[in-house]
Design a protein around this ligand. Structure first.
Ligand SMILES: Cc1cc2nc3c(=O)[nH]c(=O)nc-3n(C[C@H](O)[C@H](O)[C@H](O)COP(=O)(O)OP(=O)(O)OC[C@H]3O[C@@H](n4cnc5c(N)ncnc54)[C@H](O)[C@@H]3O)c2cc1C
Length: 428
């Protein structure tokens, strides 16, 4: 590896081209700031996963005039999700219409399609550069700015900027080098994910697979989330208890597929046709909790999973990274008008607005993890009753849907929870 003495200059250098970075650059590009985004991946290659863009994310895309373009890409709109028990009995249908969010629906899409769209929208701004295959390594700060180093094509390069943004994910190197204190731990359970590409003749499919509705099957220590990301692609997540793949596949993939087939009849045959009789074809998706005391320092600021990776039970990580960008953009643009180095003091309004929201989501996600992932018969019984009760109580459904939509966090109070369980156990 050789050194390179040329140092480029930008206003902002971002490590990681995640959705947070791309959204931030879309907010700031029209203002003329010089932005360099570094990502170690070779490009925005397809990753066949599904993620939900909640009403809060949709409102950000609309603000950036990108929502109409996103809707031209393969996706599925979700006005509601069904929660069912392991036998397929409906416990609750939660409808976005019941919430107070800016849109009465969410949208499911393969995340690379959305990332590509946001990146493409930056291509008309010559002062914004996305550099792939570029591994951020280190930084130093002095009164003239931040010097960041990265490795590309076997060469170490450096760039001088006024602020370094860490959008480099849950294992953020920016966070590590800056020694930001806080919690960074994996959850005990993770997920296995799989994508099903369906044959052209959809009418030949079993109705439960052709059906594009979003279904969460919750059983004792089992979760199966099956939904559609386009007319011909389905995505699913299955809980992997204790992150133990071997134990999960102990009876072979056939027994796992048979189990899921009981919930979505016809699933196993399509899964096998997609190669999922091989355990290696399941994607392992671990789940982390990052909860930090602060998100910035002189010359650096964190966003997205680097600042607040959260359990996907709240289906918010991508959406909250976008919200970080919406709040950080005006804070940065103001700070960049004055000093050569953006100091922590100038970044405090961002931290103060964002940390309490992501903490509240962590608390909610932890509680959902305790209840949803449980195999304890009492908890399972109370959970079923609570789902039924929430479905029968509009005021509670409104709180849940508004929170998951992301625009306002309205956790259930202890009295709300008791009311949900009692209403579920004793209707009328
Ligand atoms: C099972 C599961 C389901 C989920 N479902 C949803 C959902 O439905 N809705 C939702 O909103 N969220 C969901 N999420 C969360 C969502 O995927 C993340 O929160 C979101 O992608 C985080 O975006 P980010 O901007 O932080 O960047 P990330 O997606 O974390 O990207 C970080 C980028 O940094 C790059 N990078 C890392 N280190 C370096 C380095 N040293 N140098 C250069 N580049 C580097 C990486 O290559 C990567 O491209 C889910 C997560 C999981 C695990």
């Amino acid at each position: 590896m050789t050194g390179d003495h040329r140092t480029e200059a930008f206003d902002i250098v971002i490590s990681g081209a995640g959705i947070g970075a791309l959204t931030l650059a879309n907010y700031l590009a029209p203002l003329g700031f010089r932005i360099l985004i570094l990502d170690r991946r070779p490009g925005f290659d397809p990753v066949h996963r599904g993620e939900l863009v909640q009403p809060i994310g949709l409102s950000i895309l609309e603000e950036l005039s990108l929502l109409d373009d996103l809707k031209k890409l393969p996706h599925t709109d979700y006005r509601s999700f069904d929660f069912l028990d392991e036998e397929g009995h409906l416990l609750m249908r939660s409808s976005y219409q019941a919430g107070t969010g800016p849109f009465p629906y969410a949208l499911a899409i393969e995340p690379h399609l959305m990332d590509q769209l946001l990146a493409q929208n930056l291509s008309s701004h010559s002062h914004v550069v996305i550099r792939h295959a570029s591994d951020f390594r280190d930084f130093s700060v002095d009164s003239s700015g931040v010097t960041a180093t990265y490795e590309r094509d076997g060469q170490i390069r450096s760039v001088l900027a006024r602020i370094l943004v860490g959008d480099d994910g849950r294992h953020s190197r920016v966070r590590e080098i800056a020694k930001i204190p806080g919690t960074a731990v994996p959850y005990r359970d993770s997920y296995l994910g799989g994508s099903l590409f369906l044959p052209e003749a959809l009418e030949s499919l079993p109705p439960a697979v052709a059906d594009t509705s979003g279904r969460y099957f919750l059983g004792p220590r089992s979760i199966f989330f099956f939904f559609s990301v386009s007319e011909r692609r389905r995505f699913f997540l299955v809980l992997l208890p204790d992150r133990d793949r071997e134990k999960f596949f102990a009876g072979g993939t056939a027994s796992v597929l048979r189990h899921l087939d009981r919930q979505v009849p016809g699933f196993a045959a399509i899964a096998i046709r997609n190669g999922l009789d091989d355990p290696a074809r399941f994607m392992e998706l671990s789940v982390w909790k990052i909860d930090l005391e602060r998100w910035s320092d002189d010359g650096i600021v964190l966003m997205g999973d680097a600042a607040h990776a959260m359990n996907p039970h709240v289906a918010q990580g991508r959406n909250q990274a976008m919200e970080d960008a919406r709040i950080l953009a005006p804070v940065l643009s103001k700070a960049l008008l004055s000093a050569p180095l953006v100091r922590r003091e100038a970044l405090l309004p961002y931290e103060m607005a964002r940390i309490p929201v992501t903490r509240a989501l962590h608390r909610l996600a932890d509680e959902m993890t305790r209840v949803w992932n449980s195999g304890n018969p009492l908890v399972v019984r109370a959970r079923k009753a609570a789902f039924r009760g929430i479905g029968r109580t509009p005021a509670l459904e409104k709180k849940i849907v508004t929170t998951i939509g992301g625009s306002r966090i309205m956790p259930l109070t202890p009295w709300d929870k008791l009311r949900a369980i009692l209403t579920g156990l004793f209707p009328e």
